[in-house]
Design a protein around this ligand. Sequence first.
Ligand code: SF4
Length: 197
Amino acid sequence: MPTLAYSIRNSLYLNITNRCSNACSFCIKLNRYTGDENDLFLDTEPSFDEIMAAIAPFSDFEEVVFCGYGESLIRLEIVKQVAEAVKQKYCTRVRINTDGQANLVHGRNIIPELAGSVDCFSVSLNAPDAETYMRLCHSPFGAAGFRGVCDFIRLAAAEIPEVIASVVRVPSLDVDACKALALSLGASFRLRPYYQG
Ligand code: SF4
């Protein structure tokens, strides 16, 4: 039975889609390395009611995180509904882990639609330039994909209380250049471990 919600320390993670707007070379989903006891491979995408029912057994969490094996913001309307509902019902912080491609996917700036119900975006920057980004993330938007993630971080930093730009420490990545870019866009910076599939 696939897992829709699971807790790690004080955070409750939601797995609402396996679709993604990138195809990163280091993706644990694509490499089928999970290192995780949860089965995050979904047969079908859960409805609003199914997501809220999956949250219900948990009580001791301080944060809800849209994460899982996919890009949650592809399901923007569901994310908006669930984020607002958990804010109301649980008075908890809401974070979205994202590839930062949502404005390209939806053809508009969607960040204002989430301001007020989302406290934090953790955005996968993953590269200091378009060429490296394309090599690592295989964006279906081509060079616009890297511009898109940079624009997303900059726009989010203006509207969302906390924005973190993260990179996976793949071999030979210029981490210092990634950090400098993240800070110049108004985000804080986080380095994530690399798991070779
Ligand atoms: S954005 Fe995340 S889920 Fe999507 S392919 Fe990249 S690592 Fe995998």
